[in-house]
Design a protein around this ligand. Structure first.
Ligand code: MN3
Length: 204
């Protein structure tokens, strides 16, 4: 079976904030498993096989009922992790158009960080906290359960904090707050800014 793209950096690139062992298991086992199950679920459906995962998550109506939940969970898991690896990099300064817009909307980086952290900490069980671009080209924060995707709510992810225990438990155990605090030290603001500008450009 096909394999997922390798991590775009070394497993230990985010140390000490996210440890190499967690990255290796998270990418090689968890992400790979989402991809394998997603691929298997759509294998006998020519219509879905010809779409990319983003198109499918943006239009859940196209998924037949009998494979709907497996495609949402594993297609979401695949798409979110492919995205997640690209928004991580150690100690990138908060700058660019995205920083400007965030500061305008939330008043300060600290206030933005506080609100996004609160969403990540208040997600009951597995899920994600997101910064997204909405239909009106505005920024907003939201959380989703499991691998439910902002794409299915007509929102484009720009930044996401994975708060599944597999993302932090080896190093942080039950201390989700410490993981979330350190997550802010590994946000690749260059790529978040790039994704923001690309999406704005796409919409003209
Ligand atoms: Mn994960």
């Amino acid at each position: 079976m096909t394999t997922i793209e390798p991590l775009p950096y070394a497993y230990n690139a985010l140390e000490p904030y996210i440890d190499a062992e967690t990255m290796k298991i998270h990418h090689d086992k968890h992400h790979q498993a989402y991809f394998d199950k997603f691929t298997a679920a759509i294998a006998n459906n020519p219509e879905l096989k010809n779409k990319n995962v983003e198109e499918i998550l943006k239009n859940l109506k196209m998924i037949p009922t009998e494979i709907k939940s497996v495609v949402i969970n594993n297609g979401g898991g695949h798409y979110h992790h492919h995205f997640f690896w690209r928004i991580l990099k150690k100690e990138v300064p908060f700058k660019g158009e995205i920083a400007h817009t965030i500061t305008q909307k939330w008043g300060s980086y600290e206030k933005f960080k506080e609100e996004l952290s609160n969403l990540a900490l208040s997600q009951f069980g597995s899920g994600w906290a997101w910064l997204v671009l909405n239909k009106e080209k505005g920024l907003e924060l939201l959380k989703t359960s499991n691998q439910d995707s902002p794409l299915s709510l007509e929102k484009i992810p720009l930044l996401g904090i994975d708060v599944w225990e597999h993302a932090y438990y080896l190093k942080y155990q039950n201390k989700r707050a410490d993981y979330v605090e350190n997550f802010f030290k590994v946000i690749n603001w260059e790529n978040v800014n790039l994704f923001y500008l690309q999406e704005l450009k796409k919409r003209g």
